[in-house]
Design a protein around this ligand. Structure first.
Ligand code: HPA
Length: 288
């Protein structure tokens, strides 16, 4: 039998009550910042900041490029909660542990999730610095039965079985495209994301295999977060910042070898654009 999920409804309620006892903001939008994208948190006014290490039962962020704090506050009058730093499977956390904060957001009243990530471009037409709006995902880890919802189902979060069609909300995606256009962001793409377990980046054969499955970008997060958010009825929007192009040819693979510092650097260089972009999407959600 699978190990019990330590993050029961009651346990997450305890965490929710702890946060409520310190801060009376009722967030509507949940934001998860990807590697190097934590500055999105700087958009938040009247910020109430909690380090993960000071929240009961919270895991800690162990990787560079992730601050490890939860911020509640407002983006242009819309109440938000923001994770500056997420939890990854490759850190040794189970997928159900990685997604606990999404359920916490739900218990705090969040109705919309915005997830961001740094990802490698499998689609060879992509360029470094592109922003890929996620239209869909392929849950490759789920193919082997490794998913955040494996184990006993608690109906208070959502149903045992449910559809993942429309996992990425069409209205949000369409308005994000319009917003990007209005902002004059030129490097906007749309595509299919996947989460690989990591922490390794892909071999050439893996890049070819994933590409042949119709996947445009690979990262190490988001899929299980969106899965969990859909389970509990949130509307989701996600985007990938393409920090590198994955090598699909052996002849060029070695020159294009990727390093995690490059990932963080590219992500941080897009700071301004992405802050504006997220601000406008949050405003759009606030109005609807
Ligand atoms: N593969 C997987 N995850 C990533 C990559 C990649 O190439 N780049 C940034 N995150």
């Amino acid at each position: 039998l699978h190990a019990e999920n330590e993050y029961t409804y009651e346990r997450i309620t305890e965490i929710k009550d702890f946060i409520k006892s310190k801060c009376d903001i009722d967030p509507k939008v949940g934001i998860i910042c990807g590697t190097g994208l934590g500055s999105i948190g700087e958009l938040i006014t009247d910020a109430f900041i909690l380090d993960y290490k000071n929240i009961p039962y919270f895991p800690i962020s162990t990787v560079e490029g992730h601050k490890g704090r939860l911020i509640l506050g407002y983006i242009k009058t819309v109440p938000v909660i923001c994770m500056q730093g997420r939890f990854h499977y490759y850190e040794g956390y189970s997928l159900s542990k990685c997604v606990m904060p999404v359920r916490l957001m739900k218990l705090l009243g969040v109705t919309h999730l915005i997830a961001s990530n740094a990802a490698g471009g499998l689609n060879q037409d992509f360029k470094i610095g592109d922003i890929m709006l996620q239209k869909d995902h392929v849950n490759v880890m789920g193919f082997s039965g490794n998913g955040p919802l494996v184990g006993l189902n608690d109906l208070r979060f959502g149903p045992r079985f449910f559809s993942m069609v429309n996992a990425y909300d069409v209205d949000l995606l369409e308005s994000a495209k319009k917003i990007a256009e209005e902002l004059g962001l030129k490097n906007i793409k749309e595509g299919v994301y996947t989460c690989v377990g990591g922490p390794t980046y892909e071999t050439v054969a893996e890049v070819r295999a994933l590409r042949s499955m119709g996947i445009d970008a690979a990262g190490m997060s988001t899929v299980h977060e969106v899965t969990t958010a859909r389970h509990c009825g949130m509307r989701c929007f996600a985007f990938s910042l393409i920090t590198n192009i994955c090598p699909i040819d052996y002849s060029t693979a070695v020159e294009s070898e990727i390093h995690s510092n490059d990932v963080i650097e590219v992500a941080m260089s897009k700071d301004k654009d992405l802050k504006l972009f997220v601000e406008r999407i949050v405003q759009f959600i606030g109005k609807n």
